[in-house]
Structure formats: structure tokens, C-alpha cells
Design a protein around this ligand. Structure first.
Ligand SMILES: Nc1nc2c(ncn2[C@@H]2O[C@H](COP(=O)(O)OP(=O)(O)OP(=O)(O)O)[C@@H](O)[C@H]2O)c(=O)[nH]1
Ligand SMILES: [Mg+2]
Length: 297
């Protein structure tokens, strides 16, 4: 199944609850704009971004004298696509090794995403090494190890409760010794409290910078697509401490309404790089803005 079909299938919840984001068309009047804005907010696009998009549409309709349904629909697609195109959607992994640090609150799908991503990169011919820097939960490294086996990639781990930064240090040393291409670090989503978590991530980021000053680095923030506007709040907090370079939005196969993708990209000006569309190893897709918008509206 291609990107478009997968997304279209996943976003049936939106279709069921609000029909289409694009209201029944009579004329482009205030009533139309109000209804459109309301539907966008219901689809999780968020108040701020919805207001902004509708404002942009008003201007474009006026400037280009658009009147018929098709051209207004098309203009809206263009505007939403532009809002999603806030940076490169692909990973910057030019150096050997390069690093991907994966962060996010607990349960959003970090470890699963790492498994899927490791598999994709490995299939592309890169030597991947996973680093189990979530030492908080007993089973976390075991779970990552299962994914490493599935994807056929290497893993570096320590005992439960070990210092996560020291696991990352080990991972980097191993990657250098074995000339791995990409190191992917899993991290804990929950520690005893939030400031602990943020301190820990800061420490890991500093170790990576110190040990690999010239390497390409990606910091991927994983967000659960079904948590709606709460995801936006999380993203704002993580952006402050970890210099996020890309978003992975998971669980778009389930009850997600999808609009959160646009809200996050627009509010944070961080590109969405991948979306998770299931629990299987192949259920991670590189994000395509235009096709996403077409499936959404
Ligand atoms: N349907 C669906 N489920 C997903 C997706 N991604 C992850 N999951 C499921 O979400 C649950 C949590 O995933 P994990 O990868 O363990 O999440 P995590 O962020 O590593 O969680 P912690 O390690 O506890 O912080 C698992 O049951 C996954 O199978 C997705 O794209 N779609
Ligand atoms: Mg995990």
C-alpha cells in the first residue's frame, strides 16, 4: 500500500466524526470560512494554525478571484502543504558515523520507531548500531534487543539503572570500533520527574557533541498522533531542551485525526520526517506533505 492509501485508511476516524474538513460548498462567504475553521479545529489542526490557514485562504481567494469549489479546495491544499514544508523531510546522515537521538514521553512509540527505522536504514545498506539508553525500565533494553534482532542490526546495552549517558558513550565507542554508519539511541520516556528526564537528555546530547563533534546528528521527537493537542505541548517542552530536528508522528493508523501533524509543524517550525502507521516493522513511512494533505482533506 502506498503512502496515500495508508494515510487515507488511517484517517477514517476524522471522516467518520466530521465528514470532510472541506464543508459542503455553496459560496465562499463568511459562513463557509467559519465552518471550515471549525472543522479544521475538530480535526486537531489546532486553533492558532486553523485561524492562520483560513486567513491565508481568504487572502488567496481574494487575490486570485477564486469562486468555484475546485479552485478553493486546491488553494486550501496548497496552503496546508506549505505549512508542512518547514524544513527537509529527509534525515541528514552524511557522516560516518552519524547519530539519531530518539526522544519523547513514555508510550508514544520511540522503541518501535527505532526498530522500524533501523530496518529501513539497514535495508538501504547502512551498518546500524542501536544504543539502549533507556535504562530506567527493566524491560526497555530487552524490547530494543528484540527489535535489533528483527532488523538484523547490532545493539549496545548495559544493566538496568546504568547511567544512560555512559551507555551512549559505549555505543559511540563501539560504532567507531566497528565502523558503523548510524547510531540510533533509545531514551527513557519517564524518569522520577520531568526535570530529571530533561537533565538526562541534556547530558546525553552533550556526550554526543563531545565524542562526535563533526558528525551529523538528528534529534527525532516522537509524538503519539492520537493524543491531539497534548502532543503539541510536549513538543514545545522537548524543543527547548533538546534542539529537535524532526518529528515522528506515530499511530496514524488508529484513532488519530491527523490534523495534529499540521499543528505541530506550523507551531514549532520543525519538519515531520516520518509517520508510524502500525506496529509492524514496515509500518513507518517517510512523510510526504502533499499526499498527506490530499488524504486529510
Ligand atoms: N497502532 C500503532 N501502534 C504503535 C505505533 N508505534 C508504536 N505503537 C505501539 O505503541 C506502544 C508503545 O510503543 P513503544 O515503542 O514501546 O513506546 P516508547 O515510546 O518506547 O515507550 P517507553 O519506552 O515506555 O517510553 C506499543 O504497543 C507499540 O506497538 C504505530 O505507529 N501504530
Ligand atoms: Mg521505549
Amino acid at each position: 500500500m502506498g503512502f496515500f492509501e495508508k494515510i487515507k485508511k488511517g484517517l477514517t476516524k476524522t471522516k467518520k466524526s466530521i465528514g470532510s474538513i472541506f464543508p459542503a460548498f455553496r459560496a465562499v462567504d463568511d459562513e463557509f470560512y467559519d465552518e471550515l475553521e471549525e472543522r479544521m479545529i475538530l480535526a486537531d489542526i489546532g486553533v492558532e494554525t486553523s485561524v492562520k490557514a483560513v486567513e491565508a485562504l481568504r487572502e488567496r481567494v481574494k487575490a486570485q478571484k477564486l469562486r468555484d469549489e475546485d479552485s478553493v479546495h486546491e488553494a486550501l491544499r496548497d496552503i496546508l502543504t506549505e505549512m508542512l514544508e518547514v524544513g527537509s523531510p529527509s534525515l541528514n546522515l552524511g557522516t560516518k558515523p552519524s547519530v539519531i537521538l530518539v526522544i519523547g514521553v513514555n508510550g508514544v512509540g520511540k522503541t518501535t520507531t527505532i526498530g522500524k527505522l533501523a530496518n529501513q536504514l539497514s535495508v538501504e545498506g547502512r551498518r546500524v548500531l542501536l544504543c539502549a539508553a533507556d535504562t530506567f525500565r527493566a524491560a526497555a533494553a530487552d524490547q530494543l534487543e528484540i527489535w535489533a534482532q528483527r532488523a538484523g542490526v547490532e545493539l549496545v546495552r548495559q544493566h538496568e539503572g546504568a547511567d544512560p549517558a555512559s551507555v551512549v558513550f559505549d555505543g559511540i565507542s563501539a560504532a567507531k570500533a566497528r565502523s558503523a554508519d548510524v547510531i540510533i539511541c533509545d531514551t527513557a520516556g519517564r524518569l522520577h520527574n520531568k526535570s530529571n528526564l530533561m537533565n538526562e537528555l541534556g547530558k546525553i546530547a552533550r556526550i554526543i557533541d563531545r565524542e562526535l563533534p563533526d558528525s551529523d546528528k538528528e534529534v527525532l521527537l516522537v509524538l503519539d498522533g492520537t493524543t491531539g493537542q497534548n502532543g503539541l505541548l510536549q513538543a514545545k517542552q522537548f524543543k527547548q531542551i533538546a534542539g529537535v530536528t524532526g518529528i515522528v508522528l506515530t499511530k496514524l493508523d488508529g484513532t488519530a485525526k491527523g490534523g495534529i501533524v499540521i499543528a505541530v509543524a506550523d507551531a514549532l517550525q520543525i519538519p515531520v520526517k516520518y509517520i508510524g502507521v502500525g506496529e509492524g516493522i514496515d509500518d513507518l513511512m517517510p512523510f510526504q506533505a502533499r499526499e498527506f494533505v490530499e488524504a486529510l482533506i
